[in-house]
Ligand binder design. Structure first.
Ligand SMILES: [Zn+2]
Length: 551
């Protein structure tokens, strides 16, 4: 067990501090008791922010991270004791990002947060591909300058990542700001005998010249045969050779190079920027499984060929850990535009809270395929509401309590052990369930309220949950605000207004008063079928969102 303890209990108090402060501010006074009585949402669902976390003080099992290169989980040890370099392939910015992107960047955000929690300084770099065939095609189709279009969608990408609670990486380079680095890498690849320029100004990578090509993906060169559906460029030595530089075509943005005006191939972008910004060897290279081949295989080939003769270095070279997240399927089918089962983060956020989408995504371990279903999002929304309502109530009970939590809170240890096992986030979410039940018993039941250890037990659980949610990127600055937002999106899904629900509550009360219990029950069931649950509490009748029942 490694111990990162240095700052001790004052830091433990300070972590609880901001939430204690929040409880006493004026917005809290406007809220009602148990289950809140959902108010109409005044702010956008995008308004909530998510707390970052601070390094803390627990014994933590060493982090084991699956390495695609070695096909096994390995104890993560960075090259430099305290500093980690991590590069994750970013988006090609020509459209809104979809839930596949959400999956990838939420996965790496959790890894980023956890590495920081473990006390590492993490230099996290994620690029924007801001020039590419797809960008040029889209720009031509809509009559916009390609670089303006990519700038616009880079902004939209940031909006989506912010709503999902993803921290901004340390560096977010634009490909077009690093053309000279790419030209430099291509020149080296050519001079080392692994690239060649052809008539017309294109440059290709000579795959056959590099021993060990295919090691990362496990593919043989023959698998890489181009030309099955498109005709092979006859200027290539071999069909599998890929473009390092593409000569200028009329109407496209171009840059000067020793081979004439043109633009870089896609694969060279990442390896050249890594070399320029992070160095020759990084600790972690990440991306979706779909990038493993050919993109990452080609990045690795380029990096080896840029550096020297290519054959001398093996897996430890360029990226020490290759980390790949799994696919997103929709209703058990591959997500694709042609199947019409393609969802942007923006689409999903209209009906579900972005943090519910985040909860849903981390409900599957990052390497496994996720099956995206509406039911899954309904359940995630329901769990998140329960979690935040419980924490809101618990913080209310603990108001004024300034004692530090025990440094050996059992729940937190369980969470950290799960995270250290290749980020087993579903195990973390499962560990929350009994803890939340205990909290609710302590908050609401007669027996729980009488327990002599009520406050210390609550304090430890709340502390563990706060820290865990910080690592998962699920700890909002204001639970009440997100609860209200969850209510607002539930009303949207139900196609109801707050007034409609209040009217139904009145109808039900009138029916009950006239002993028409069947009618009253009918009103309740109708709402439940739309995901709105009426709650009778000592403070009066209110409602909360939940999973819609079959009518
Ligand atoms: Zn890349």
């Amino acid at each position: 067990m490694q111990c990162y303890t240095t700052t001790c209990s004052s830091s433990s108090r300070s972590r609880l501090g901001p939430l204690h402060k929040n409880r006493s501010n004026s917005t809290m006074k406007t809220t009602t008791a148990f289950f809140g009585g959902c108010r109409r949402l005044q702010t956008s669902v995008y308004a909530s922010t998510v707390h970052d976390i601070v390094p803390t003080l627990h014994d933590v099992s060493p982090l084991k991270l699956y390495n695609t290169m070695t096909r096994k989980k390995e104890t993560f040890v960075p090259l430099d004791d305290k500093n980690v370099t991590m590069y994750v392939c970013g988006v090609t910015v020509y459209d809104y990002s979809h839930i596949g992107h959400a999956r990838a960047y939420v996965s790496f955000d959790v890894l980023y947060r956890y590495l920081r929690y473990l006390g590492y300084n993490v230099l996290y770099c994620r690029n924007f591909t801001d020039i590419d065939d797809k960008i040029i095609d889209r720009a031509n189709a809509v009559g916009e300058d390609p670089l303006e279009l990519s700038k616009r969608f880079a902004h939209e990408f940031h909006v989506d990542m912010d709503t999902l609670g993803c921290l901004r990486p340390s560096l977010e380079p634009l490909a077009t700001n690093h053309i000279s680095d790419m030209v430099d890498s291509i020149s080296k690849i050519i001079s080392h005998g692994h690239g060649y320029a052809v008539e017309g100004g294109d440059v290709f990578f000579d795959v056959a010249s590099l021993p060990g090509y295919g090691k990362l993906s496990g593919r043989q060169i023959e698998d890489n045969r181009a030309g099955e559906r498109v005709s092979v460029d006859g200027r290539k030595k071999n069909p599998e050779d890929f473009a390092l530089w593409k000569s200028a075509k009329p109407g496209e943005p171009t840059w000067d190079s020793p081979w004439g005006p043109g633009r870089p191939g896609w694969h060279i972008e990442c390896s050249a920027m890594i070399r320029s910004l992070l160095g020759e060897t990084i600790d972690i290279h990440g991306g979706g499984s779909d990038l493993m081949f050919p993109h990452h295989e080609n990045e690795l080939a380029q990096a080896r060929a840029t550096s020297c003769c290519g054959g001398a270095h093996d897996q430890d070279y360029f990226a020490r850990w290759w980390v790949h997240n799994g696919f997103v399927n929709v209703d058990s089918e591959k997500m694709s535009k042609s199947l019409g089962n393609f969802f942007t983060i923006r689409d999903v956020s209209e009906s579900y809270h972005p943090l519910a989408l985040r909860w849903f995504l981390i409900g599957t371990q990052y390497r496994q395929a996720i099956n995206y279903t509406q039911r899954g999002l309904e359940e995630a929304s329901d769990r998140l509401f329960y979690l935040y309502q419980t924490l809101f109530d618990a913080h209310t009970v603990l108001e004024g309590d300034t004692s530090p939590a025990s440094s050996e809170a059992a729940l937190l240890e369980e969470v950290l052990d799960a995270l250290s096992d290749d980020l087993n986030t579903p195990l973390v979410l499962a560990a929350f369930s009994p803890a939340l039940k205990t909290l609710n018993d302590l908050i609401h039941t007669k027996k729980g309220k009488k327990r002599p250890d009520r406050i210390p037990v609550m304090r430890d659980i709340v502390y563990s949950l706060d820290v865990s949610l910080g690592i998962l990127g699920l700890r909002p600055t204001d639970f009440r605000q997100v609860l209200d937002e969850l209510c607002a999106v539930a009303l949207n899904r139900a196609d109801l207004t707050e007034e409609d629900v209040q009217e139904a509550i009145t109808q039900r009360a009138e029916a009950r008063a006239s002993k028409e219990y069947e009618t009253a029950d009918g009103v309740r069931k109708k709402l439940e079928a739309r995901g709105i649950y009426i709650m009778d509490t000592p403070a009066g009748t209110t409602w909360k969102p939940g999973c819609p029942t079959a009518e």
